[in-house]
Design a protein. Sequence first.
Length: 424
Amino acid sequence: MYAVGDVLHSPLRIGGATVRNRLYRAPVLEGAGDGDDAVEHYSRAFVPNAESGVGLIIQGSSCIWAEGRTSPGMTCVDSAAKAMRLAPMVKQVHDAGAAIFIQLGHGGIYSMEAWHEPYASRRERPILAASKPPWFIRPQFRGVPVTVMSTDEVKAMAERYGEVSGWAREAGYDGVQLGSANAKLLDQFLSPFYNRRRDEFGGSIEKRASVLRLIRQAVARYAGDDFPCTVKLPAEVAPPGMPRAKPAEVLRLAKLVEEWGFDAVTPVEVSVFPDTTLSRGDAPDNLTTNKAMASRLRTAAPTRLRRATIKAGYWWGGKRAPFSPVWNRHLFTAVKHAVSIPVFAVGGIRTADEVNEILDDGHADMVGIGRPFYAESALAAKILGADPGPMLCRNSNRCVPAQMLGMPGVCYNPEVNKLARSGS
Ligand SMILES: Cc1cc2nc3c(=O)[nH]c(=O)nc-3n(C[C@H](O)[C@H](O)[C@H](O)COP(=O)(O)O)c2cc1C
């Protein structure tokens, strides 16, 4: 007979790695950058998570090339040396008993070299795209040198994912997750909203996704067959009449990536735009109320029009995608029925009861929590312990613009911080 919590506390094998329990820290950015102090930033965030019992940490999107970060605080792992610099942090996480994956990504047309003025003005290479931006958003790209990747360039990118995964393994990471949702470059290949290619990487879902197959092969070549390679699977929300990846396609995609040797999947419902659909909650108000943020925004987007577009995006995200508990449940449950590799749940999971219900009902194999870790570094103890209190995160999304502007990955909600300080 199983008791509540037995599954949560049981280990799970993911490819060649074993994690000690079923709770993971979902990838959220730390604003650690890639300077000499990046390792300290990550250690400060991750070691307390590991010490409080989390099974797996997924480090937020880290860029495979020097250009292609979506915000200034994102880490680049574009050389073996930069990856190796993170090795001491990885070791500390291991010493505290947790496993750690690194999410690898590239922003494609949403790279900050396309929109963040100081970076755009000194960009050295064109902005990479799966296809020309759809007409709907083309005005935003006026004057931006967008380059549609050739077939050979796509193959070279797959090779690059492999190479960086090899470095990640050398640095001690236990696996990688591909940043293939949230309108990032790989999502721009998967999504019919963006991908209108006529070569082997465009057309049916099989063809749009085939870049993932090449990446999987490259990861095995550079990092070893047993090095876990996992992937996010986006089901998309788009304006009426616009093409998008529908949930049925995500089920097909899940089966394909299982066939291609991926070790786990994370299905998520996201917008075709890089907005707060990925982190449902309020429209963040601190772009106006927080002086440091308002000033960073003015630097990033000197024109009123651009600032207004960014703020309108947040406002619309808050209206269209308010917080709703466990909002990806329908998706991860359906995917769990379709594949036999581990399925990772994420999105609005806030109580120990929700975590245990998902696991005990067999709706997913790992349960992830994102934003609440900004507010409470020892959050895992609440979920894993016998006496779980309520999580402090209020889904205000005030952490989102902070990340976009390269600020540290912490909670920016003063009310939540007050509660955290008072130990409630
Ligand atoms: C500030 C911020 C940064 C994020 N960065 C990433 C990222 O780098 N990669 C990714 O796949 N998801 C990212 N996410 C999405 C989270 O992993 C997670 O799916 C989302 O926040 C929903 O989970 P939650 O309700 O527990 O926060 C980010 C979310 C936030 C709020």
